[in-house]
Design a protein around this ligand. Structure first.
Ligand code: GTP
Length: 597
């Protein structure tokens, strides 16, 4: 295809502003999918994405559009993941296209993720077309929202397109704007092949499928290609475009987006951001800015029922096929038995994987406290990585401990600034910068990653009613006064609840955990002490009173079915419990005990 007849774009929006609905309309109006095959939200493939309304993996669709100027254009839409954990994937997919539709809900205005995402688009030098959605709603205020876009984002919004993705109003204008206002890609057919690896996933029939954007040169079926970062070479077996179903194509030239398969065994071998070139005639240099996504948050995953261990192993292997940024290795715990220590890009990533294991593979799991990687500087001069607080050696061997720090950027409306500062301060943050753009503040903090991995993002959203946007990057390691805190239930240490904490925060954290556990652990026939300890020293204690009567005792009389129901309920509850010495601890306790209010 002639470069001037190609437009590549993405859609950036805050959650729920209508990104998926608009994508569906564009696909529908151009007849890309036959009406009968149209199902809502074509681009979100996994159930869990649909339920949570988040898009996890970038995906793409090729649309053919006969424009008013009489020419037919190829429009490639790349869908981008919307969460901070996947920031690197977002920035990569943005670099694969030249423009963005900025969708803003005309009843809401610019919100947190609108900003975070539009800045990624601006960073990638995109041409941006503002689109005001939901103007079918009486509460929509297009004029005010235009002013808001200009104020907060600082781009011209006078030519915003007013649409209703729901009714279809204005969609033809969006298609025309894509053609008229977004730039065509550039590239040289005669140069050696240079293509960006935008995304990859595992398909049970095809194996690893790789989504690419060709910058220069041409890729054809049968070509011998090479990944520049990993050095691995492959033969292209299949070359297709996504409409969104796969349609085979003879070649992909500059500016084009498509997929190939090449008997690649694992998604791990395809690094997002890598440069693909021909083995025999490679391009001179790789695309800039490649950085692999590395796991930063670790936790243990254990089957509630030890008999599920092999199933868990198989499930984890399957999930790893499709997710290169998720790592795992076998782990044993005195209390929890056999399981896996797993690494994730962030907390959302952790939740997504855990949910998939539970739902798709039907395995009940215990998740231990998420942790970051600490650097232990030993007295003998060596440095060890600590992935799991349970493995913390005796302090007499340790000279000092370093923890990872991040630079967090938070954008928030003025009204909530005080709460945000307090939250960051509570999490041992050091303020680095504070500036204003209109009525929004931008605050930059240096924070310990371990204070962020657990529930920081949830807390931030709740104290700011969802109006804060948050982004972070690692800035390195720094020494601090860190200790391992153990939790003892009925005098037995529960290693899965061990955490690394700052010495000065240990007491309040320990007290909070004991109080939480007291509520989370059901009463037993005997009283149970719950303690937090550092080394051998108890720093907090709660006592869970004994249960007086059997639950069925009050069902005297003849109601046998009621009694049976109660017993069944108890049994079902038990399935999700884990035995620690004489005490049964429910599954949720492991994660909820750590949430701080
Ligand atoms: P995520 O996929 O969750 O990031 O959200 P999204 O931005 O893709 O939003 P989505 O398309 O799922 O739309 C969110 C909600 O708004 C859905 O309930 C849509 O039906 C509704 N919606 C989308 N566009 C319109 C519109 O033009 N008018 C009205 N009234 N509702 C709309």
């Amino acid at each position: 295809t002639d470069l001037k007849n190609i437009r590549n774009f993405s859609i950036v929006a805050h959650i729920d502003h209508g990104k998926s609905t608009l994508a569906d309309r564009l696909i529908q109006l151009t007849g890309t999918v036959a009406e009968r095959d149209m199902k809502a939200q074509m681009l979100d493939s996994m159930d869990i994405e649909r339920e949570r309304g988040i898009t996890i993996k970038a995906n793409s669709v090729r649309i053919e559009y006969p424009a008013q100027d009489g020419q037919t254009y190829i429009l490639n839409l790349i869908d981008t993941p919307g969460h901070v954990d996947f920031a690197y994937e977002v920035s990569r997919s943005m670099r694969a296209v030249e423009g963005s539709l900025l969708v803003v809900d005309a009843t809401q205005g610019v919100e947190a993720q609108t900003l975070a995402n539009v800045y990624q688009a601006i960073d990638a030098d995109h041409e941006i077309v503002p689109v005001l959605n939901k103007i079918d709603l009486p509460a929509s205020e297009p004029e005010q929202v235009k002013a808001n876009i200009e104020d907060v984002i600082g781009i011209d919004a006078s030519e915003s397109i007013e649409i209703s993705a729901k009714t279809g109003l204005g969609i033809p204008d969006v298609l025309e704007a894509i053609v008229k206002r977004l730039p065509a890609p550039t590239g040289d057919r005669d140069k050696p092949l240079k293509a960006m690896l935008v995304d990859s996933w595992y398909d049970s029939y095809l194996g690893v499928v790789v989504l690419i954007r060709v910058m220069d040169g041409v890729i054809k079926k049968g070509d011998k290609i090479k990944m520049m970062k990993t050095g691995a070479a492959y033969g292209v077996d299949k070359l297709s475009v996504l409409k969104p179903q796969m349609v085979d194509i003879a070649e992909l030239g500059p500016g084009e987006i498509g997929i190939f398969t090449a008997s690649i065994k694992q998604v791990r071998d395809t690094k997002v951001g890598d440069t693909i070139t021909h083995e025999k005639k490679p391009c001179a240099e790789a695309l800039p800015g490649f950085k692999p996504s590395i796991p930063v948050v670790f936790c243990g995953l254990f089957p509630v029922d030890a008999a599920d261990f092999e199933d868990l192993r198989t499930a984890i292997e399957k999930l790893s096929l499709n997710d290169a940024s998720f790592s795992s290795e076998m782990e044993t715990s005195a209390a929890l038995g056999f399981g896996f220590r797993c690494g994730f890009l962030g907390l959302l990533h952790l939740e997504v994987i855990r949910d998939r294991l539970e739902r798709e593979y039907d395995i009940d799991l215990i998740t231990t406290a998420p942790s970051v990687i600490y650097k232990l500087h030993m007295k003998d001069g060596s440095v060890e990585d600590l992935h799991n607080p349970a493995d913390m050696p005796d302090l007499t061997y340790v000279d000092h401990i370093e923890e990872p720090r991040i630079k967090a950027t938070i954008m928030v409306p003025d009204d909530y600034l005080g709460d945000v500062l307090k939250l960051c301060q509570d999490r041992r943050g050091i303020q680095m910068d504070l500036t204003y753009a209109g009525s929004r503040a931008m605050v930059v903090y240096d924070l310990p990653l371990n204070e962020v991995v657990f529930d920081f993002y949830d807390r931030l959203k709740s104290v700011t009613k969802g109006y804060a946007s948050f982004d972070y990057q690692m800035i390195g390691y720094r020494e601090d006064n860190l200790v391992k805190m153990q939790i003892l239930v009925n005098d037995e240490p529960v290693d899965a609840l061990s955490t690394m904490v700052h010495r000065e925060r240990a007491e309040s954290r320990g007290r909070a955990m004991c109080e939480k556990l007291k509520d989370l652990i059901p009463r037993h026939m005997f009283k149970i002490p719950i303690q937090a300890a550092i080394g051998g020293k108890v720093i907090a204690r709660e006592t869970l009173a004994a249960l007086r009567k059997d639950v069925t005792a009050k069902c005297y009389g003849g109601d046998a079915t009621r009694k049976k129901k109660l017993l069944e309920k108890q049994k079902a509850g038990k399935k999700k419990m884990r035995q620690f010495g004489k005490v049964e601890i429910p599954q949720e306790a492991f994660i909820n005990a750590l949430k701080m209010d």
